[in-house]
Design a protein around this ligand. Structure first.
Ligand SMILES: Cc1cc2nc3c(=O)[nH]c(=O)nc-3n(C[C@H](O)[C@H](O)[C@H](O)COP(=O)(O)OP(=O)(O)OC[C@H]3O[C@@H](n4cnc5c(N)ncnc54)[C@H](O)[C@@H]3O)c2cc1C
Length: 325
């Protein structure tokens, strides 16, 4: 078991963790370690190969990997240490981070301050309780995005998207460009969930229908998804009998919300908002545990990465003040 100490341990190497580490370095901390479970830094941005990032922060339109790349480059000019392929498992009351990594094995990192930057995860089928069989072919939109943009796999040929959040809209366009037929995007609310620019550029421009006030009321198929039943819903979001429409498809993408990733924070004793699932922070991004700060999607789900960066700057500066003052 390896033991190590540092002034600041940053958990998560997405845009929040990168900006926080950089800001803490600029404020004078010299022993900073980023712990990232993936094989590379950048977080969710690595799979977001579309443009639309950085308009506020850099006044330029960048892709996700380009935006992350700017911070990775800046970080490489500092002495910030990075542990990749390493999962933080626990934070103890003495601010030790227990982690396990492919090359480093089990390690304990003793820190003077910690920044939580673990991002968020997607709600899956269980969270929306869709009746029917449980065949292969049901993916969260983010998983499908990782398959196509990072692993190089198509998830299906005839696709129905449930939910009209930005990830689902972007994936409807992405899969169309790769040759799939997207039969429609089904949204339970009377208005779409995603940004207007994404409704126009991802659905309208590709003639993909948007079914509002509608939901999937059944998934059919055994060895693979074969059909979905789409029904209209009333004001109380209950399916209206007699409005069913059957779509022949092999894949369902779920774009039904994101949840801040706070298992680690909860287990450490940080107060988490019961409504949003985000860790509670003060004006300096400090959590209820002295010396532990948080930023990015662990606090609340951000639409724009630029705001993640601004908030994470503050978290890094506050962690530096905590250690140095
Ligand atoms: C599909 C999608 C499309 C988007 N499109 C846009 C867009 O067009 N424009 C825009 O501005 N914004 C967009 N966003 C929003 C923006 O990308 C996010 O708000 C931003 O990436 C959040 O940054 P983060 O660092 O908090 O989280 P993430 O990027 O998710 O990073 C969290 C990191 O923490 C790591 N991690 C988690 N748990 C642990 C652990 N226990 N130990 C070690 N590491 C851990 C993860 O592996 C990950 O690398 C999009 C987001 C998504 C999901």
């Amino acid at each position: 078991m390896a033991g190590k100490s540092c002034e600041l341990a940053v958990i998560g190497g997405g845009p929040a963790g990168l900006a926080a580490a950089l800001s803490a370095w600029r404020q004078g901390l010299r022993e900073i370690i980023i712990i990232e479970r993936d094989k590379e830094l950048g977080g969710i941005l690595n799979q977001c190969i579309h443009n639309g990032f950085g308009l506020h922060y850099f006044k330029e339109e960048l892709t996700g990997p380009e935006y992350a790349g700017r911070f990775i480059d800046l970080l490489s000019g500092t002495g910030v240490e990075v542990m990749l392929d390493t999962m933080a498992l626990e934070i103890t009351p003495k601010l030790e981070v227990r982690a396990v990594g492919k090359t480093t094995g089990y390690s304990v990192l003793s820190a003077k301050s910690i920044i939580l930057a673990m991002g968020c995860r997607e709600r899956a089928r269980g969270a929306v309780c869709i009746p029917g069989t449980r065949p292969p072919g049901v993916f969260t939109a983010g998983t499908a995005q990782r398959y196509i943009n990072i692993e190089g796999y198509m998830v299906g040929k005839r696709i129905v998207v449930l939910g009209s959040g930005d990830i689902g809209l972007i994936m409807a366009r992405r899969l169309t460009l790769e040759g799939a037929t997207v039969l429609g995007c089904v949204e339970i609310m009377p208005c779409p969930g995603g940004l207007t620019r994404n409704i126009v550029q991802c659905l309208h421009d590709y003639d993909i229908p948007l079914y509002l006030s509608s939901t999937i009321t059944e998934i059919r198929g055994r060895k693979r998804v074969e059909q979905v039943v789409v029904s209209k819903v009333d004001e109380s979001l209950a399916a209206i009998p007699g409005t069913e429409m059957v779509l022949d498809c092999d894949t369902v993408l779920l774009s039904v919300g994101l949840i801040p990733e706070n298992e680690l924070s909860r287990a450490a004793g940080a107060v988490v908002d019961s409504q949003t699932g985000g860790v509670l922070v003060d004006e300096n991004m400090g959590t209820s545990i002295p010396g532990v700060f948080a930023c990015g999607n662990v606090v609340h789900v951000h639409d724009l990465v630029d705001y993640v960066t601004e908030e994470s700057d503050r978290a890094g500066a506050a962690a530096a003040s905590h250690v140095l003052l």
